[in-house]
Design a protein around this ligand. Structure first.
Ligand code: ADP
Length: 353
């Protein structure tokens, strides 16, 4: 049974359509990430679930209740914001208990909830401090703790890690994933960071211009992007995307650049996508002139030209290739993504079931 159900959820501001008909069923214990570039409508979607934005049309159910028109406090949700919104003069304990007090929970019971959440987040030693005495990571944990004490049907998180430095982000990401599995509650999580989405999500909802492009597990959207936009958005380093044409089981990308595609692939103009990590050095491959080398430790990223296309190729660590070298690259035919040139939609290839 789904915990939260969004049906044709739509939001307009005058003539601006911020969110166009989102359908989504969130199961108990699922961590759903709303992902997309700035302005795609992910925050608006989250804020409609939270009750912070009125829903223009469509319905929202939490459990078996229609909460479309209910106030935030009556929805059984808890929200974690990007800015921590803590009261500076109250202790962490008082900050965490505040929402419970407002809801009329008896003091002893509230104190117990705060203790339980603090233990889960390993912040018991911080409870008597004030927000000004905490680091960014500790503040983030407190912000989570304040949501956790509420024990809601769903947690809503809007870019919760964007104020943290890269190292702390990665650590908090792991913590949120572990915490979420432990508490087994649904989470709806907004980010523009595809790495965050890939590492955290049970399923990713990829949005563009207010419209859902694809919903799938991280590997589903990585392996079978529904269109060229998703293909370019998911994966790091970014997929190489090139215009080309398929004829007789071969993909031509201009000049002498030709790759085999699975037998039976329909002919026509295409947008082709090849992930940097799918390219490999091969005798009798396509020439690639190395113009940039990034040593990442365990892997090496090459940037350079393949005919007129500027592309990226990622290999296991190599230190025997120099700037200016020309190497030859090949790719497994089944690893080439083909999209309709006009619509950008994924084309069924022979290699796909
Ligand atoms: P995201 O979170 O993906 O960056 P938003 O949900 O904030 O995107 O915004 C989606 C679209 O709605 C954008 O085009 C944005 O400009 C527009 N929008 C958001 N809030 C308002 C508002 N209060 N008034 C008018 N337009 C808005």
């Amino acid at each position: 049974m789904s915990t939260v159900s969004l049906q044709k959820l739509r939001k307009t501001y005058g003539k601006i359509v911020a969110v166009e008909g989102v359908d989504l069923e969130i199961a108990e214990g699922e961590l759903i990430v709303l992902l997309g570039p700035s302005g795609c409508g992910k925050s608006t979607t989250l804020r409609m679930v939270a009750g912070l934005e009125a829903i223009t049309s469509g319905t929202l159910h939490i459990g078996d209740r229609d909460v479309t028109r209910l106030e935030p406090k009556d929805r059984d949700i808890a929200m974690v914001f990007q800015n921590y919104a803590l009261y500076p003069h109250k202790t962490i304990r008082a900050n965490m208990a505040f929402g419970l007090k407002m809801r009329g929970m008896p003091k002893d019971e509230a104190a117990q909830h705060v203790r339980d959440a603090a233990e889960m987040l390993d912040i018991v030693h911080l409870l008597d401090r004030k927000p000004g005495q905490l680091s960014g990571g500790q503040m983030q944990r407190v912000a989570l703790g304040r949501a956790l004490v509420r024990d809601p049907a769903i947690f809503l998180l809007d870019e919760p890690l964007s104020n943290l430095d890269a190292k702390l982000r990665a650590r908090m990401r792991e913590e949120i994933a572990m915490l979420q599995r432990r508490i087994g509650k649904a989470m709806l999580y907004v980010t523009h960071d595809q790495t965050e989405a890939m590492t955290l999500a049970s399923r990713i909802v990829i949005m563009r211009d207010g419209i859902v492009q694809q919903i799938g597990s991280p590997l589903e959207v990585y392996d079978r992007p529904a269109n060229a936009f998703v293909a370019g958005f998911i994966g790091s380093p970014e997929m190489n995307i090139m215009e080309g044409a398929v004829a007789d089981g071969r993909l031509s990308l201009g000049g002498d650049i030709v790759f085999n595609v699975p037998a039976g692939t329909a002919s026509g103009a295409v947008t082709a996508g090849i992930r940097p990590e799918a390219l490999r050095q091969e005798t009798d491959g396509v020439p690639f002139e190395v113009q940039g080398i990034e040593q990442l430790g365990s892997q090496t990223l090459f940037v350079g030209m393949m005919g007129d296309h500027r592309i990226r190729a990622m290999t296991a660590r190599r230190d025997d290739i120099a700037l200016g070298d020309t190497i030859e690259l090949g790719v497994d035919p089944a690893a080439i993504h083909l999209f309709d040139r006009e619509s950008g939609e994924r084309r069924g290839a022979a290699g796909e079931g």
